[in-house]
Design a protein around this ligand. Structure first.
Ligand SMILES: *Cc1c(COP(=O)(O)O)cnc(C)c1O
Length: 364
């Protein structure tokens, strides 16, 4: 069996460190805020090359808090890529703004610059850039579009911990960024967790207040916020795992290169493009093929776990049927052709080569 994700295997390799970190928190009974949360926030800000990190309850909350912290005019238009997890667009609606979907590039799966230019209007207050599957968006192109305007850039980094655009880490490339530490993400907690990062002190202060009842001290609330804080137990686990993340990411990149060298020559398969500007961190390794459903079935029968991200593009979901205009988009074909192959530090070269051999056999 070739697993798509193997968290028990990863846990076994770091068990002693994780267990003693958890025990320390238990002994301290410092569960909310406190030194473990502070420590992880400082480490993660440093990792992202961002000035500030505010821990929160999960990635979806992090997106909502990031958007709220920008204090955009109510009911602003925010541009969101058509291919992402629903949290990206949900956060826009939940904070009282309008979702405007933008098409995604067929080659790098992120915001398509041509359609982005078309979607910008005088009502556009922000662009939510999703560094999907671990590859950063083309930030220079996006910044060129927003230059001289007041349009804010929000990064959704839920799949891109440690990814780089021209040598700079995601999480520090826009006005504000959101991370998820859902267990299956490249950096995952042992439960729900998330974070907001930014280089802007006002946004950081505002985000921290929003996440903690709008308070400046215990019973002094400047405005209504919410309760979405990073748990100290999760922070302690994340601090341990952050020390291993570079090594795990390097392994993901090795696996991607191995896949590429074995799959590139198959004419029915398109391997994901790695942009020259990018350090792609391969949260997912997504190929495209017209025989997606048959190949997927075949691989499952061979004991290889695969996934589809995402089987229904956001504008095609029931949740957005009222927004959907009948236009032709790249994402309409992507939802039928994308297939995510297993990637992660739990996999050996031999297993990756086996997956490639099975794919070659399928097309032979
Ligand atoms: C996982 C994910 C989120 C949401 O994170 P949660 O921690 O599950 O709330 C947001 N955006 C993208 C692109 C994701 O993959």
């Amino acid at each position: 069996m070739i697993k798509f994700l193997d968290l028990p295997n990863q846990y076994r390799t770091i068990k002693n460190e994780v267990n003693s970190a958890i025990n320390e928190v238990l002994e301290s009974c410092s569960f909310i805020g406190g030194e473990y949360v502070k420590k992880f926030e400082a480490e993660f800000a440093n990792f992202c090359e961002a000035k500030y990190c505010v821990g929160c309850g999960n990635g979806t909350d992090a997106l909502e808090i990031a958007i709220e912290a920008l204090q955009l005019p109510p009911k602003s238009d925010i541009i969101v890529p058509a291919n992402s997890f629903i949290a990206s667009s949900e956060a826009v609606s939940r904070t009282g703004h309008n979702v405007v979907f933008c098409d995604v590039s067929r080659s790098n799966f992120t915001l398509e610059i041509k359609d982005l230019k078309r979607k910008i209007t005088s009502r556009t207050a922000a662009i939510l850039v999703v560094h999907l599957y671990g590859q950063p968006c083309d930030m220079d192109e996006i910044n060129a579009i927003t230059e001289g305007t007041n349009i804010k850039i929000i990064e959704d980094c839920a799949q891109a911990h440690g990814a780089e655009y021209k040598g700079s880490r995601v999480g520090s490339l826009g006005d504000v960024a959101a991370f998820s530490f859902y267990p299956g993400k490249n950096l995952g907690a042992y439960g729900d967790a998330g974070a907001v990062t930014t280089n802007n002190n006002d946004i950081a202060v505002r985000a921290r207040m929003i996440a903690n009842h709008g308070r400046i001290d215990k019973y002094n609330h400047e405005f209504e916020g919410r309760n979405s804080r990073l748990d100290a137990l999760q922070a302690a686990v994340l601090s341990v795992k952050l020390n291993h993340l570079e090594k795990w990411t390097e392994r993901r990149i090795e696996i991607a290169n191995l896949y590429r060298s074995h799959l590139e020559h198959i004419s029915d398969v398109t391997v994901p493009k790695e942009e020259k500007y990018a350090r792609h961190v391969y949260h997912l390794f997504v190929i495209q093929t017209n025989s997606r459903d048959k190949l997927s079935e075949f691989l499952k029968e061979e004991g290889i776990e695969v996934g589809v991200h995402y089987p229904i593009a956001l504008p095609n979901l029931q949740a957005y049927c009222q927004l959907h205009k009948k236009e032709k988009f790249n994402y309409d074909s992507l939802e039928k052709s994308v297939l995510s192959l297993p990637v992660g530090e739990h996999l050996s070269d031999k297993e990756i080569i086996f997956v490639c051999e099975r794919i070659s056999k399928f097309f032979a």
